[in-house]
Ligand binder design. Structure first.
Ligand SMILES: NC(=O)c1ccc[n+]([C@@H]2O[C@H](COP(=O)([O-])OP(=O)(O)OC[C@H]3O[C@@H](n4cnc5c(N)ncnc54)[C@H](OP(=O)(O)O)[C@@H]3O)[C@@H](O)[C@H]2O)c1
Length: 373
């Protein structure tokens, strides 16, 4: 029997692409849900013209209202959270448990992991599979590190770098979509593992990385929960971290410093103003490149000889590059290979090689620079 997935925020920027990709690359049916039933219905009508209409429905679902979620989730086997609602992750997760559904979110906010871990006992008991930190950042860093881990022994260093630019078709439509980035800017976390120790990354820890179409970029440390378990998995690792390049001069030298300064006065200070400035800057000021470049530079040995490995993935659209790994992960889930009870971070759950194959099939370009195994 085909399954029904619920896409909360399914008519948003990443949600719209995710819905289309799910209809294209899986056989699931979808319910598009959100706090505006009208917007959900308009979008459902749009995709009903492209895909079999019986696979698509629309409904109202408000992430902050438990009863509305439980009502909307009836008969669904998987809840996918594509809404900008990390503050309600616990509520959405509880509603998923109440209707006996599995769960996946790709929120950028890192504290969602802790929220879901707090429910792990109930999730295990119910035999449900909860996947968090899906997407590309989070989502891909641990998958890339684990991919390189198949080639390197001992495995000594892994640097993940990424650069993003807005593509002509992927303009930021509303400032609210950027609130999570403003929150992180004002409460910056940048833990990296350097010289065998965890440390808060600062300007001295920036690195230069070759990011394909973006060129060589100076990248800044960015904390990702999925990085924390890696030194325990690869005992010889002395360095592992996630690093991100700037966007453009307007954001890097004007908006970010102002945002950080306001954040020092009070967290949340100027949130909407900063998000508006950021959206304007992303949409109107030329960036260092378009789309996304995501890379790993990994160092270690193979058969007693030093080996360094570089993998670069690029795509012309950041929204699509978020949806593609989610769909690739869900294809492994649907096949049954990763569907197991508990709370999992996507980057630790998926088979990286299979993920790459599916991402390539969906249009991501990979360049692998390492000797054949
Ligand atoms: N992992 C990654 O690589 C990655 C990359 C990019 C984004 N993200 C994450 O993806 C999520 C979505 O981002 P986006 O850029 O697609 O945002 P977006 O374009 O702003 O879309 C957000 C969607 O959520 C809906 N929504 C907002 N508040 C809601 C509520 N209280 N109840 C129900 N629905 C609500 C919106 O509906 P309305 O239009 O009616 O407000 C909209 O459909 C965010 O959490 C972001 O951090 C992750």
């Amino acid at each position: 029997m085909t399954q029904t997935f619920f896409i909360l925020g399914g008519y948003g920027g990443t949600g719209r692409i995710l819905c289309r990709r799910l209809l294209q690359h899986t056989d699931v049916s979808l319910i598009v849900g959100g706090r505006s039933k009208e917007k959900a219905e308009v979008f459902a009508q749009e995709i009903k013209r492209e895909f079999p209409p019986e696979r698509i429905r629309a409904t109202y679902a408000e992430a902050s209202q438990y009863d509305s979620l439980v009502l909307a989730f009836q008969g669904v086997s998987m809840i996918i959270v594509a809404s900008t609602t990390p503050q309600y992750a616990g509520l959405v997760a509880k509603a998923a448990l109440a209707v006996g559904a599995d769960y996946l979110d790709y929120h950028f906010q890192q504290d969602v992991v802790e929220t879901l871990k707090g429910l792990e006992g109930e999730i295990q008991k119910a035999g449900r599979c909860f996947i968090t930190q899906a997407g590309f950042h989070p989502g891909l860093p641990a998958a890339f590190v684990r991919y390189a881990g198949k080639y390197l022994n001992p495995y000594q260093k892994a640097f993940i770098g990424m650069a993003m630019g807005v593509s002509p078709n992927g303009k930021i439509e509303k400032a609210e979509s950027l609130y999570e980035i403003v929150d992180v800017l004002q409460d910056p976390r940048s833990e990296i593992f350097k010289n065998g120790q965890w440390k808060k990354g600062d300007y001295k820890d920036t690195i230069m990385m070759d990011l394909g179409p973006f060129g060589r970029q100076r990248c800044y440390p960015m904390e990702m929960q999925e990085i924390f378990p890696l030194p325990d998995m690869y005992k010889a690792l002395t360095d592992v971290g996630v690093y991100v390049a700037g966007f453009n001069w307007f954001l890097d030298y004007l908006v970010f410093p102002i945002g950080m300064l306001l954040g020092k006065i009070k967290k949340g200070c100027g949130r909407n103003f900063l998000a508006q400035l950021m959206a304007w800057g992303l949409n109107h000021v030329r960036g260092y490149g378009e789309g996304v470049a995501f890379a790993i530079h990994a160092v270690g040995e193979k058969n007693g000889r030093p080996l360094s490995l570089h993998v670069l993935a690029t795509h012309h659209d950041g929204y699509d590059f978020t949806a593609i790994p989610v769909v690739a992960c869900l294809r492994q889930y649907l096949e049954g290979s990763i569907k197991k009870p508990g709370v999992w971070m996507m980057g630790h759950l998926v088979d990286p090689e299979k993920l790459f194959v599916d991402m390539e099939m969906m249009g991501v370009k990979f360049i692998f620079r390492h000797p054949p195994s």
